[in-house]
Design a protein around this ligand. Structure first.
Ligand code: NAP
Length: 371
């Protein structure tokens, strides 16, 4: 790996925006680092070779093995491996692109994803734009419908019905949240389950929850969390896992997925008493709460694997935007205790869109019986 320079780097770390009561002191830490051309710091940790064996049954033609012995990207504090969602997501996008081009060449079909956006929330518009961009990069056709905030539920249902019947569309996604005058349940129920690439249809969630049943699609964010564990070779079977958060879109399906992988799963939510006592028993923690730095180092069992879904903006006067994004897990503290951890940003976030692309490909393959 090319090194631009070597320098003693200082990191000023804190978890001061945590809602937790335990105290943390800001610390100044010294490291020797090299910087790669894209200005990413790589810390020399020859003792922790990082090996990723990438083999995915959805992509039988692609097996990638990566290893790095002398320069391993590790977190900026101590021992935890960084689970690099950005890199894994890039690999998945490349695999999806290869399969899409094979499908196009062999049967002349190009997968299509339809997105319905209602209202003018800036964050939703950004997510939709990013999804469209990602579709373009892998060769998925994207179709977009934008409706005004005061549109009726019937209009949304009408568009869903047209996409349900459109053979060039293999995946339908309704960007959430919907305006408050609409019934989210009615809308999500209207997407036919064969095109429910978000995996939010109650039939898909129900099948996920039942033994011996297979959902047609698994929700993208929790699927991305499990994919990261798989691709980093982290065993799940027989492990104790704790999911923090129980939302329909992340926490609950993440817990179901871990259970399907034979983990023993506990769920922590806003009414849980002494959550840290429960998380301290976990070999794997998936946190999807939306509280900056809530999970402190003292909540983590030594050697645990930490998947941080939370994306929380916190004030940062030094950032040009005036804020920066942090996770639910206090990275600086927890990475001193954990064996592996996802950063925020660059962990679970990029995996969500990669899984959406993968689900859209899966749908097109299934509809056209292409293997
Ligand atoms: P959500 O619907 O608000 O659910 C939050 C969950 O956290 C709820 O189950 C809630 O418990 C629980 N919770 C809240 N405060 C808690 C506390 N103090 N202790 C323990 N549990 C607590 O949020 P979400 O949609 O699941 O999203 C969670 C986070 O993930 C957010 O930061 C969001 O931005 C992020 N996210 C990231 C991605 C990605 O692609 N990386 C995708 C989706 C979401 P109750 O059920 O008891 O209320």
């Amino acid at each position: 790996m090319a090194s631009l320079h070597t320098s003693a780097t200082m990191y000023f770390t804190n978890c001061s925006s945590s809602s937790s009561s335990s105290s943390t002191t800001a610390r100044l830490l010294h490291f020797t680092a090299t910087k790669s051309p894209n200005n990413v710091s790589h810390f020399h940790r020859p003792s922790i070779p990082l090996q990723i064996h990438i083999s995915n049954p959805n992509f039988p033609n692609t097996i990638i093995t990566r290893s790095s012995s002398s320069t391993t990207e590790v977190n900026s504090v101590t021992s935890a491996k960084v689970i690099d969602g950005k890199r894994v997501a890039k690999d998945i996008r490349e695999e999806v692109a290869v399969e899409i081009s094979r499908m196009k060449n062999e049967i002349g079909i190009v997968p299509g994803l339809a997105v319905i956006l209602v209202g003018d929330r800036k964050d939703s518009a950004t997510y939709v734009r990013n999804k469209k961009k990602a579709c373009d990069t892998v060769g998925i056709n994207s179709y977009e419908v934008r409706l005004a905030e005061d549109s009726t539920e019937e209009e949304v249902l009408d568009h869903i019905s047209k996409f349900n019947d459109d053979p060039s569309v293999h995946g339908i996604l309704v960007q959430l949240p919907l305006p408050s005058h609409m019934n989210e349940q009615n809308v999500l129920n209207a997407v036919c389950i064969e095109k429910d690439v978000d995996g939010f249809h109650p039939l898909n969630i129900g099948r996920l929850a039942m033994r011996g049943r297979e959902p047609l699609f698994v929700p993208c964010t929790p699927k991305g969390c499990i994919e990261l564990l798989h691709r980093y070779g982290i065993p799940i079977k027989g492990k104790r896992a704790v999911v923090i958060g129980r939302s329909n879109i992340v926490g609950m399906p993440a817990a179901l997925l871990l259970q399907r992988e034979d983990a023993t799963v506990s769920i922590v939510h806003s009414r849980t008493k002494n959550p840290e006592e429960i998380t301290r028993q976990a070999d794997i923690i998936i946190s999807a709460v939306g509280q900056p730095n809530m999970v402190r180092g003292s909540w983590v069992k030594p050697g645990a694997v930490l998947i941080d879904v939370g994306i929380n903006p916190v004030e940062d006067p030094e950032s040009p935007r005036g804020y920066r994004l942090v996770g639910d897990i206090c990275y600086e503290e927890a990475s001193e205790v954990a064996s592996a951890i996802t950063p925020v940003p660059g962990g679970v976030g990029p995996m969500t869109i990669a899984m959406l692309l993968s689900n859209t490909l899966l749908s097109a393959k299934r509809i056209h019986d292409f293997r």
